[in-house]
Write a protein that binds this ligand. Structure first.
Ligand SMILES: Nc1nc2c(c(=O)[nH]1)N[C@H]1C(S)=C(S)[C@@H](COP(=O)(O)O)O[C@H]1N2
Ligand SMILES: [Mo]
Length: 317
């Protein structure tokens, strides 16, 4: 008997790449969403439900935003694979509801929040930040979220709390690359763990993010909630967070475990400190061809340089 399986392949896999690209350029927006109707393993479209928020001009770049189409199809989210298009192709297996975020550790009032409760607790604002990947590309994105500080203060950190650890969901049923024997290599130790020093986590620039481009966060960008730390390399901005834990010791992050000489705990954007395999002096904005100079702390030096006064940032890379 012949069993017809639902199609597993996306248009990019079954169409000649050149044709696929020209077709993609011709068709746009909602029409493209219909024409390339997604299979079960593909996330629907970048056009999720809309989410309203007031733009906070004091924390917004005036530069034009990267095209939403680029920001939602060129991603790093290793839980779906190491290729830039894996997260948008395969992101449909992530279920961002129901979802809880446990905020605990060294806190007087630890609490597990339902994601929708969290969204109602703090006023949402839109901020335009650039995020600069350690791979020397960057994007300018209108994020929607709220600062992490009031959430941390709400659980009342104890005097022993010195760092904040972020943990991404661990569920091989939702993240294909977490399955043992995943096809293709996967260098990270799951779950994805990142960390900040407590003063970095409390900094007003540090944003807990639930949307972008006026809509809820697409799966491939870290639904339903991710942190965005704009003065650090992109990998510090952990996606699909289930736990935020206050701790005394500096967290051991997934990237440090994978390659400590390449990815330090601080990972502040720093054009003066090269990655061992490439320069960090410049970057390419996705959607542009020219390269532009990378700025110290990704342009946020005025706001954050004082956090590192007296520290050797070559040693603490
Ligand atoms: N859980 C998780 N978070 C992650 C990653 C990841 O692989 N897994 N990649 C990081 C890297 S390297 C970057 S550059 C940013 C990319 O965010 P974006 O896809 O929304 O642009 O997410 C970061 N957060
Ligand atoms: Mo990155």
């Amino acid at each position: 008997m012949l069993i017809r399986h639902a199609p597993r392949f996306t248009a990019s896999e079954i169409t000649d790449p050149k044709l696929y690209l020209s077709r993609r350029e011709l068709i746009s927006g909602a029409v493209a969403a219909l024409a390339l109707s997604p299979g079960p393993c593909e996330s629907a479209t970048p056009q999720g439900p809309s989410l309203s928020a007031t733009r906070n001009a004091a924390f917004s770049l005036s530069e034009p935003a990267t095209k939403a189409e680029h920001a939602t199809t060129y991603n790093n989210f290793y839980e779906f694979g190491v290729n830039k298009d894996d997260p948008s192709r395969l992101g449909g297996t992530l279920r961002p509801r129901p979802w809880t975020v446990q905020v605990d550790g060294l806190a007087h009032k630890p609490k597990t929040f339902d994601i929708d409760e969290l969204i109602r607790l703090f006023p949402l604002e839109e901020r335009v930040y650039s995020l600069r990947c350690v791979e020397a590309w960057s994007m300018v994105i209108p994020w929607i979220g709220f600062p992490l500080a009031p959430l941390l203060k709400r659980v009342e950190p104890t005097g022993q709390a010195k760092y904040v650890e972020f943990t991404t969901l661990l569920d091989p049923a939702q993240f294909p690359a977490q399955k043992p024997g995943f096809f293709g290599y996967s260098s990270l130790d799951w779950p994805y763990v990142e960390g900040l020093r407590l003063d970095e986590a409390l900094h007003p620039l540090t944003l807990l993010t639930v949307g972008m481009y006026g809509r809820v966060l697409p799966n491939q960008n870290g639904a339903p909630v991710r942190v965005v730390v704009p003065w650090k390399y992109g990998f510090k901005s952990a996606k699909s967070i289930v736990r935020i834990r206050l701790v005394t010791e500096q967290p051991k992050t997934s990237w440090e475990k994978a390659s400590p000489q390449e990815y330090g705990f601080y990972s502040n954007v720093n054009p003066a400190v090269s990655h061992p395999r490439w320069s960090q002096a410049d970057e390419r904005r996705i959607g542009e061809f020219r390269r532009r100079e990378t700025r110290p702390f990704n342009g946020y030096a005025d706001q954050v340089a004082s956090l590192y006064a007296g520290m050797d940032l070559k040693k603490n890379y």
